[in-house]
Design a protein. Structure first.
Length: 201
């Protein structure tokens, strides 16, 4: 929604994403320049549940290659701001931004709970945030408070709730659901489909 609603008279967005995916196709429909950003299998497989790489050498090589591609893209598009949306991209985008002297924004979607993310990973993200991030955007107050408690730089932290584009949402009477919930026809009824998990706040 951010990409679709940026005023093009003020901003010229360009997107780094996996080629041939949904975001890649969306950018094509929107006429937004995009460039292929892939991590390599060994780096991509690292995450919340798998923290030990199969090959440290392969991960190091994939990281350097991804960083080089990002730096080239920053120069090509003369980027004035980097907006990162995943934990791996916070690290890569943050480093690329610092090397290119471009401001970096991290959009934090998770609470980084110790029950679901190893201490070393959380410490690495916190250290990188201190060094490479100019602004932290949290999608909920719960996420923001979790980051504050873990020592992320609170002065750079802001809460920006996810928006909903009303015109893109189908409208209906919801008669059956209203009856099941005991909600009157005069009361607005909004349904949200999402994943309920601890680290989403």
């Amino acid at each position: 929604m951010l990409l679709a609603n940026l005023p093009r008279d003020r901003f010229r967005p360009a997107v780094a994403c996996a080629p041939e995916g949904a975001l890649w196709r969306f950018c094509e429909r929107q006429g937004v320049p995009r460039f292929a950003h892939w991590l390599g299998e060994d780096l991509r497989m690292l995450g919340r549940y798998q923290t030990r790489p199969r090959s440290r050498t392969a991960v190091a090589g994939a990281t350097i290659a991804a960083l080089q591609r990002l730096r080239q893209a920053l120069g090509l598009h003369r980027a004035a701001l980097i907006h990162c949306n995943s934990n791996k991209d916070h690290l890569l985008g943050g480093l690329a931004g610092r090397l290119a002297r471009v401001p970096v924004v991290w959009h934090m979607h998770d609470m980084l709970l110790p029950t679901v993310m190893p201490t070393t990973t959380r410490q690495a993200l916190k250290a990188a945030a201190v060094v490479t991030c100019d602004r932290l955007l949290a999608v909920s107050e719960a996420t923001a408070e979790s980051l504050r408690r873990q020592g992320f730089p609170g002065s750079r932290l802001r809460t920006v709730l996810n928006g909903v584009e009303p015109d893109a949402v189908g409208r209906g009477t919801g008669g059956r659901l209203r009856r099941e919930l005991g909600v009157s026809d005069a009361t607005p009824l909004v349904g949200v489909l999402g994943r309920l998990c601890p680290w989403k706040g």
